[in-house]
Design a protein around this ligand. Structure first.
Ligand code: ATP
Length: 293
């Protein structure tokens, strides 16, 4: 309670009575997400997503895990309240009840991976490139705020409309607090991680660039998983042998060149998000006028 009060002091408090719950949208490591409506007095009802922290009783006796998960949850809300960007999910408020909930804007079309898989035949290359640009601009914003996301992957991107994506899941992103990260038992997204993150747990904006490269590979592959059929433990060897993911069919050559630059082993040779945006913008402008399908 104290932690919530101090860490989330800038956050709007929402009364449980003003929330209507509908179906479950999904569940994550520390809670479940429901579609809902936020009934604001005298204002229009708002479509929202409500993420409820797992109940204390759902944990086994290991209370340290429970505390870590709670901190991660609070941290996620805190991160979200600091950001204001058209392609980053906005926090609407928190609800402190028997359990803690985060209320955020609703992404009607759900997870990007599933969306890409289900609409493979309707999505043009220029739209895929637009998605890459939108995420790039969200990442450039985070980079300018000195935030490292650490978990950029299609599974953490939500679809607002056919032409608008938003980055979600700030559970892993943090400013410093290395100890927390090392102590936490959360599963690491090895196949998305830069070699220095796998080897030395080093996370920087340059390692975010590597992850971004994997993420745009997922987008251009319509939601395929990277390094399919390869064990997590074997990925680092592969990278150190200079092997890289292949060019997805729909991916323009020029964009693949950019991906390869994101996957430079030496992190200082990778572009930053501003440079990358300029390159992807050029590619996008070539495709914008093209008729496809
Ligand atoms: P973890 O948080 O453990 O890394 P996760 O990202 O899958 O895992 P959550 O962030 O709890 O878990 O989200 C679970 C699912 O709920 C998401 O995969 C997504 O389908 C759905 N979801 C989450 N936030 C929203 C939102 N704002 N709008 C629409 N759907 C959402």
């Amino acid at each position: 309670e104290n932690l919530v009060a101090t860490e989330l002091n800038k956050c709007d408090r929402i009364q449980i009575g003003n929330l209507v719950f509908y179906e479950k949208l999904g569940s994550g490591q520390f809670g479940e997400v429901y579609r809902g409506t936020y009934k604001k007095k005298e204002l229009n009802d708002l479509d929202v997503a409500i993420k409820i922290l797992k109940n204390k009783d759902d944990y086994e006796e290991d209370s340290s895990e429970k505390d870590l998960v709670f901190m991660r949850f609070v941290r996620e809300a805190k991160m979200m309240q600091n950001f204001d960007h058209p392609h980053i999910i906005k926090l609407i408020g928190v609800c402190v009840n028997d359990s803690l909930s985060i209320i955020m804007e609703l992404a009607k079309f759900g997870q990007l991976r599933t969306y890409l898989q289900n609409n493979k035949n309707q999505i043009e290359t220029k739209t895929l490139l637009l998605y890459c640009l939108q995420l790039n601009s969200a990442m450039e914003y985070l980079e300018s705020k000195k935030y490292v996301h650490r978990d950029i992957a299609a599974r953490n991107i939500l679809v607002f409309s056919h032409e608008c994506l938003k980055l979600a899941d700030f559970g892993l992103s943090r400013e410093v607090n290395e100890n927390f990260y090392l102590a936490s038992k959360c599963k690491l997204p090895i196949k998305w991680m830069a070699p220095e993150s796998i080897n030395f747990r080093k996370f920087t904006s340059q390692s975010d660039i590597w992850m971004f490269g994997i993420c745009i590979w997922e987008i251009m592959s319509f939601g395929d998983k990277p390094f399919q059929g390869i064990k997590n433990a074997d990925v680092i060897k592969l990278i150190e042998d200079k092997k890289r993911l292949e060019k997805p069919k729909a991916c323009p050559n020029e964009l693949y060149v950019q991906m390869l630059q994101c996957w430079e082993y030496d992190s200082s040779l990778r572009p930053n998000f501003t440079q990358l945006k300029n390159s992807i913008n050029l590619i996008y402008s070539q495709y914008r006028e093209k008729k496809e399908l």
